[in-house]
Design a protein around this ligand. Sequence first.
Ligand code: PEP
Length: 256
Amino acid sequence: MSSRKKFIAGNWKMNKTPADGVALVNDIVAAVGKQSDVDVVVCPPFTGLESAGKALDGSNVKLGAQNMHFEASGAFTGEVSAAMLRSIFATHVILGHSERRTLFGETDEVVNKKVLAALKNQLRPIFCIGETLAERESGATLKVVQTQVERGLDGVSKELATQIVVAYEPVWAIGTGKVATTEQAQEVHAFIRGLLVKLFGDAVAQKVRILYGGSMKPANAPELLAQKDIDGGLIGGASLEARSFVELVTAAAAIK
Ligand code: PEP
């Protein structure tokens, strides 16, 4: 059994008006708001953050954003800073999601600046990495993941590294209904844990949660979550309905 607390985060992406988000949060809080065996985080779009934060206030469910800029302020039209997110009580921020990397051109260097800025502002990064289908098929998965981890976490201190949650998300499994096999996922998770040992030492690496993301659903979650190095899930589609999201939290809580 792992001493790491399981972690389930919902990435709503560009879905839900603020009112829809509050309704969803109310249902989640009613079902698992007192859950203390699992860290539960919801990540609405920017427009829904503040109202979702108010709806989850007083529960154990936490608030995360899906992106942020690395600068503190200035002429960055359309962007928000870490301090702005903290001011509305966000505790987490998804960084380097594959959609940000591919659709919005975020490089490892940009993601690294964001990770450092988030940590400086006491925001916990949910740091996303993962290979494309072409990279997997050409046998480059571990190399790609290694580069993303080493560049993305460059300059992070040992002291702050435990604040980071890593999300391994094979790009070919995101939103496609294709899920990595437990063996494929555990192999990469164990490899990432090994990279963290090299970067931060064993004691820190054993504390960092490594989530799986990519079509995780109540039906496939128990087997994935039972793997030694899979400490939770970053959930897209199945986080948009209370029922499936709550079932995933319950599945994580059932792993002892
Ligand atoms: C995601 O976008 O982080 C994700 C894992 O999406 P889905 O669960 O829909 O594959």
